[in-house]
Design a protein around this ligand. Structure first.
Ligand code: ATP
Ligand code: ATP
Ligand code: MG
Ligand code: MG
Ligand code: MG
Ligand code: MG
Ligand code: MG
Length: 256
């Protein structure tokens, strides 16, 4: 088919393939959710409905894209691991990134009413997205450890911060000041002594984040393998540790 004299501009669109045989991690994060959560009156420090809506949108993404084997969510962000053998959109970076970000965002909006029946959307939320390529399972493990450690650090801080504000009557400025320079053990102690809260008894969803994992249904009792996409799989939602080996040892197929 002969193109027009203008068709040459197409050549300015450069290919953007992601390195073959590498793990792809796609992460998205809510744009200005500090404001979005305030305007939509999210419960602080953790609005459980908002977290469940994030989980729902992430599950929809995994139902749609079977090469995603694992996802991890906290706050306004979600990370997705694509199998290293994925040939999704011929591994074109902007295609994968823009399509997944767009799909997640529309699922978030699509399901909003189920989680916030009395609080209509005041304006359209948006998310940014990026893809990072990791060469080996070591970096993938460390990536997810990094995000879960972040969840823990933020949640411990936010839990004591909002206790100081909501129950301790401090201003936000004073609460930040009271926490400046404190280490983890001091925060645990403050929480217990001043508010009678044992941090380890707080909802695991808040402490550990959300893990959506594509598990292989173990019908044959053989070693868990994908078997050329024919394995029966199920997406499970967990709030468990993913830093230690146990989670991964039970699921060798995730890093296959
Ligand atoms: P950016 O656009 O740079 O990402 P941001 O305002 O979204 O800016 P983040 O660092 O992503 O900043 O932080 C998200 C903020 O959204 C958190 O600080 C928190 O205040 C709020 N937030 C997100 N989810 C929840 C939730 N489930 N419950 C309460 N607050 C939430
Ligand atoms: P992707 O699969 O990521 O969408 P793409 O945008 O190159 O890649 P398509 O969107 O499937 O591919 O199709 C676009 C192709 O169809 C282009 O090669 C273009 O030449 C042709 N095309 C699309 N719209 C028109 C149109 N209105 N008139 C003529 N050709 C068109
Ligand atoms: Mg940010
Ligand atoms: Mg954000
Ligand atoms: Mg964030
Ligand atoms: Mg197209
Ligand atoms: Mg097109």
């Amino acid at each position: 088919m002969a193109g027009s004299k203008y068709a040459y501009v197409r050549n300015f669109e450069l290919p953007d393939p992601l390195l073959p045989g590498t793990f792809l991690v796609f992460r998205l994060d809510g744009h200005s959710f500090h404001r979005f959560s305030t305007e939509h009156q999210f419960t602080k420090p953790n609005d459980v409905q908002a977290l469940m809506l994030m989980d729902h949108a992430a599950r929809d993404v995994m139902e749609e894209y079977k090469d995603i084997v694992l996802a991890f969510g906290e706050s306004d962000e979600y990370s997705f691991l694509l199998r290293k053998s994925t040939s999704l959109y011929n591994r074109r970076e902007s295609k994968i990134c823009s399509t997944l970000t767009s799909f997640f965002t529309s699922c978030y909006v699509f399901h909003w009413k189920e989680y916030f029946p009395d609080s209509p959307l005041l304006y359209p939320p948006s998310f940014d997205g990026r893809i990072v390529v990791y060469p080996s399972s070591r970096e993938v493990r460390d990536y997810f450890s990094w995000r879960q450690a972040d969840t823990h650090i933020n949640n411990l801080y936010n839990t004591i911060f909002w206790a100081l504000v909501q129950q301790g009557g401090k201003t936000t400025t004073d609460a930040h000041a009271a926490l400046r320079g404190t280490v983890s053990s001091q925060k645990h102690e403050m929480l217990f002594k001043s508010f009678g809260v044992n941090y380890n008894e707080i909802d695991a969803r808040f402490r550990k984040g959300s893990i959506l994992v594509r598990d292989i249904e173990d019908v044959s009792h053989k070693p868990l393998k994908w078997k050329k996409n024919k394995a029966k799989t199920k997406i499970n939602l967990l709030h468990c540790d993913i830093i230690k080996d146990e989670f991964w040892d039970a699921r060798p197929h995730l890093l296959e």
